[in-house]
Design a protein around this ligand. Structure first.
Ligand code: ATP
Length: 365
C-alpha cells in the first residue's frame, strides 16, 4: 500500500472552531504513525477522515496518488473500498455472535474458505490471548477483553492499513504494556501501515516510527519520536511529551529562578541573540546532581537548588527542587542522597537547554 497523503485538510462540524485546520500529513507506506494530542485536538476526526467515515470540508486525501477524497474535485471513495481495517475505542461487537464468530465475520464476508478461516481466526485469537473465551458472547467479557476481540477481528482480515483509535484505553497497565510490545512486533513483522490515535505520549513514544503532535486542530510537529522528544518544535510539544514533563521557565532578565540563571548563562556563553529567548526548558533527566561548589563552565550551567521532596520510584529518584522563585524536577538513575530542606548542586549541559521564542517556537541559538 503506497503512501497516504493528506493535503490542506480542514474539517468543520458547523459549530465551534475548525476541528482540523489546514493539515498536511504524509503517512509513508509501512510507517507506524501516532496522532498524539490532548482531548479535542482533532485526532479522531483526522483518523475518521482517512477511513472515509467523515468528509473533509476542504483539501484532499490520496493513497499513492489515487484520490480517495477531494472536496475540490468532488471525489469520495467509500470506507469499504479503501482497504483499511478500523478499530475504534468503542467499536461495537456483534452481541449475538460468539467471540470466534465475531473474529471470523470479516473473513466470511470475504468468502474465505472454512479451513483458512479457522487457521486465521485461531492465530488472531492466540495473538490477542483470548482463545479461552472464544465461545463466549461479548456481554460475558470485560472491557479489555472486548477491545482485544475487536483487535483480533481486524487482524484476522489482515488489511494493509490499520486505523486504530485508542485501542488500548480499556486495558489495565500490564496488559497495555504487553499489547504495545505486541503491536510493535506485529508492525515489524507484517510491515502494515498503522495509524494510531492516542493522548498517551508514552504510547506514541514507544511504538511510533513518526509522531504527529496536534493541538486545537493544528499540527504542531511531525517527526520520529526521538526528535519530538529531543528537539520539540515548540513549547506545547516540549510540555506535552515526557513524564515528568520538561521543566519550563520564562527567561526573564531579573529572575532568580531557572529562567534568569539560564539567561545569564546564555549571555556569558555568548550563544547568540539571547534577547529573543522567551522560555527556557530542561528535561528532568538532563539535570545532574554534582558536588557542592561544582563550578559552571561555558559548556555547563551550574546552580544550587533546595530540596522540596525526594521521590524514589524504585528504578530512579525524582527530586522536586526550588531554584530561586521557580520549581524544578530532576530524575536520576543514581541514588540521590538528600533530605528535604537540603541544598544540592545541579548542572545542566548547554546542549540540554531548550530555548523558545516569544511565539513559543523553538530557537536554534
Ligand atoms: P478525544 O481524545 O477526546 O477523542 P480528539 O483529539 O480525538 O479528542 P476529535 O474527536 O477529533 O478530537 O474532536 C475535535 C473537535 O471537534 C472537538 O472540539 C470536538 O468537540 C469536535 N467534534 C468532534 N466530533 C464532532 C461532531 N460530531 N459534531 C460536532 N463537533 C464535533
Amino acid at each position: 500500500m503506497p503512501t497516504i497523503a493528506l493535503q490542506s485538510i480542514s474539517k468543520s462540524y458547523g459549530v465551534g472552531p475548525l476541528a482540523v485546520q489546514d493539515l498536511d500529513l504524509t503517512i509513508p507506506d509501512g510507517s507506524f504513525t501516532c496522532l498524539l494530542g490532548p482531548s479535542g485536538c482533532g485526532k479522531t476526526t483526522t483518523l475518521r477522515m482517512i477511513a472515509g467515515l467523515e468528509h473533509p470540508t476542504a483539501g484532499s486525501i490520496t493513497v499513492g496518488g489515487r484520490v480517495l477524497d477531494s472536496v475540490e474535485q468532488g471525489t469520495f471513495v467509500p470506507t469499504e473500498r479503501r482497504g483499511m481495517g478500523l478499530v475504534f475505542q468503542n467499536y461495537a461487537l456483534w452481541p449475538h455472535l460468539t467471540v470466534r464468530r465475531n473474529v471470523e465475520f470479516g473473513l466470511r464476508v470475504q468468502k474465505v474458505p472454512a479451513a483458512e478461516r479457522r487457521t486465521r481466526v485461531d492465530a488472531a485469537l492466540a495473538m490477542m490471548q483470548i482463545a479461552t473465551v472464544a465461545e463466549r458472547y461479548p456481554s460475558q467479557l470485560s472491557g479489555g477483553q472486548q477491545q482485544r476481540v475487536s483487535l483480533a477481528r481486524m487482524l484476522a482480515v489482515n488489511p494493509s492499513v490499520l486505523l486504530l483509535d485508542e485501542p488500548l484505553s480499556n486495558l489495565d497497565a500490564t496488559l497495555r504494556l504487553e499489547m504495545r510490545a505486541e503491536l510493535k512486533r506485529l508492525h515489524e513483522e507484517t510491515g502494515h501501515t498503522i495509524v494510531f490515535v492516542t493522548h498517551d505520549q508514552l504510547e506514541a513514544m514507544t511504538m511510533a516510527t513518526q509522531v504527529a503532535v496536534m493541538k486545537d486542530g493544528v499540527l504542531q510537529q511531525l517527526a520520529p519520536p526521538m526528535d519530538v522528544y529531543h528537539r520539540p518544535a515548540n513549547v506545547f510539544v516540549a510540555a506535552f511529551v515526557g513524564s515528568p514533563p520538561m521543566n519550563l521557565a520564562p527567561c526573564d532578565a531579573e529572575g532568580d529562578g531557572l529562567g534568569g540563571l539560564a539567561r545569564q548563562y546564555l549571555q556569558l556563553a555568548q550563544v547568540g541573540p539571547v534577547d529573543r529567548v522567551a522560555t527556557v526548558g530542561v528535561r528532568p533527566e538532563a539535570v545532574r546532581v554534582v558536588d557542592a561548589g561544582h563550578p559552571g563552565s561555558e559548556r555547563e550551567l551550574a546552580f544550587d537548588g533546595q530540596v522540596r521532596a525526594v521521590l524514589p520510584t524504585g528504578a530512579a529518584w525524582t527530586v522536586s527542587l526550588t531554584v530561586g522563585s521557580t520549581e524544578l524536577y530532576l530524575v536520576s538513575t543514581d541514588e540521590v542522597d538528600a533530605t528535604t530542606g537540603n541544598t544540592i548542586r545541579c548542572a545542566v549541559q548547554r546542549k540540554a537547554l531548550h530555548v523558545f521564542g516569544p511565539d513559543g517556537d523553538r530557537l536554534n541559538l
